[in-house]
Design a protein around this ligand. Structure first.
Ligand code: HEM
Length: 455
């Protein structure tokens, strides 16, 4: 399919010698990766990792083409998907017919309308999770942010989307296992051509994590396959749909989809919300405006879905949070058939790397990209923006299935906490990301809260 961006004559892609900066990528991935982004200027370039030279796509026009316009030519396959395929198998995190079938079965659960219908139950679970902050807040004790966010998110996801079929003890085992998957896979990303029979660091931690996840998920599938019931939770929905797949393969298909949903529904949300607290501490003017809006609309709680329409600034804070820290910071594709893009011939079988982190911080597409400024998402300021200058949830047929869940859950959690507690401090003051499949802070993030006295 010819596209406008290819009116240019075909030339060789410029190659960036990442090899020299590989140690920098490991030490401080965000700065190294952002520097690479800056050097592209929006052009399609190749990044030289020795035998592996993926194309890097950063321009919104090009992203739109790859993710939506001609998405069938850019599959989730190739050396960068292989490591995760060992975890996700052939469900909604794969591609082709297996993905399509999974997406069709799961999609109805995650439409904006259906998620809005679940909002009341989500708000209840969030409020219960926030209740647990009372004791440390009253005693002035530090609160471990990632663990707390994961606990609140788990409660919501397990109750509303998994129909309480996974108990909280098992859910608590899953969170560190998914965390370990995200960090242990990184050497396989950096050394994509090392055959799997040769161990690299992280392999054992990855295998152990997958075993822990399967210890929870496989018995769950076995329990529900034969009598899925009428529930609207995704365990029931997948088990009912599995009949059409048939035999042992069907149990595997349910397992693959449940693992994909557990990974995407909890880790992403908890990770994204962790970045908020250092940002609020560093930007007291944003924190004050946020508190003021929440105080006026919610009072001292509890927060319910009806409040959300009156919390526009809270939503902008969440959007800006995902601009600076898009937890799904890197997602690759494989070129199926050679075609030109941005004047460069993308060759069949090669890997393309797409990174919202890079595009979201390029001066070509954003004013003062390093600044935390939620106001840039006010209607007036965002109306002229290219759809693919901001894409924390991807786009096209693979667009994040859970984006409505995330937006709702994030606003409920932030408004819920800040309607009841004042943020006294956050350490560290500046959190830096560590290299992993998702964008997580390297440091231990802790906050102290103080209860807001009710009038
Ligand atoms: C901060 C929150 C989140 C971010 C930044 C995020 C980001 C993304 C991105 C970038 C993709 C596209 C990947 C690709 O094109 O290869 C994606 C896909 C997906 N996300 Fe999310 N996600 C978030 C939360 C969630 C939640 C809460 C759920 C589930 C309740 C979820 C479920 C999924 C699923 C199932 C897919 C695969 C969709 C498909 O390929 O058809 N995500 N997400």
């Amino acid at each position: 399919m010819p596209i406008e961006v290819d009116a240019k004559p075909i030339r060789q892609a410029r190659t960036l010698p990442l090899r020299q900066v590989l140690p920098a990528v490991i030490r401080d991935p965000v700065h190294a990766v952002l520097e690479i982004g800056r050097r592209t200027g929006g052009d399609v370039v190749r990044v030289n990792l020795g035998p592996f030279r993926p194309y890097l796509i950063t321009h919104p026009d090009h992203l739109q083409h790859v993710l939506r316009g001609n998405s069938a030519n850019y599959l989730r396959d190739g050396v960068l998907w292989k490591p995760l395929h060992r975890l996700f198998g052939d469900g909604v995190m794969s591609d082709g017919p297996a993905w399509e079938r999974s997406r069709k079965v799961l999609q109805p659960v995650f439409t904006a309308k259906n998620v809005e219908g679940l909002a009341g139950r989500m708000a209840e679970a969030v409020a219960e999770g926030i209740d647990e902050l009372a004791r440390p807040a009253e005693s002035g004790l530090p609160i471990d942010v990632p663990a707390t966010m994961a606990r609140i998110v788990n409660r919501v996801v397990m109750r509303v989307f998994f129909g309480d079929k996974i108990d909280m003890a098992d859910a608590a085992r899953l969170a560190p296992a998914f965390d370990a998957v995200g960090t242990s896979v990184i050497f396989r990303y950096l050394l994509p051509f090392v055959p799997y029979r040769f161990p690299v660091p992280g392999d054992r931690a990855f295998r152990n994590a997958v075993r822990t996840i399967d210890d929870v998920v496989v018995p769950l599938v076995n329990r529900h396959m034969d009598s899925p019931g009428e529930g609207d939770d995704i365990v029931s929905v997948l088990c009912r749909a599995a009949d059409a797949v048939g035999g042992r393969r069907s149990a595997r298909w349910v397992r693959d989809n449940l693992v994909a949903m557990l990974a995407t529904a909890t880790e992403t949300t908890a990770g994204a919300l962790t970045w908020l607290w250092p940002l609020l501490q560093a930007h007291p003017e944003v924190a004050a405006r946020l508190r003021q809006e929440i105080g006026l609309v919610v009072g001292d709680g509890p927060v319910g879905p009806a409040h959300l329409a009156d919390l526009p600034y809270t939503k902008q804070v969440v959007q800006e949070l995902l601009r600076l820290f898009p937890v799904g910071w890197l997602f690759p594709r494989m070129v199926v058939k050679s075609e030109p893009l941005g004047g460069v011939l993308l060759k069949k079988g090669e890997t393309i790397v797409i990174s919202p982190l890079i595009t979201h911080r390029m001066e070509e597409f954003w004013e003062r990209p390093e600044e935390f400024d939620p106001g840039r998402f006010s209607g007036r300021r965002s109306s002229s923006r290219h759809r693919y200058a901001y894409f924390p949830f991807g786009g096209g047929p693979h667009q994040c299935l859970g984006m409505h869940v995330f937006m709702l859950e994030a606003q409920l959690i932030i408004a819920g906490i800040l309607s009841r507690y004042e943020l006294l401090s956050c350490s560290p003051e500046v959190a830096t990301p560590q290299m992993g499949a998702s964008l997580r802070p390297r440091q231990r993030v802790e906050i102290t809260l103080r209860p807001i006295p009710s009038d």
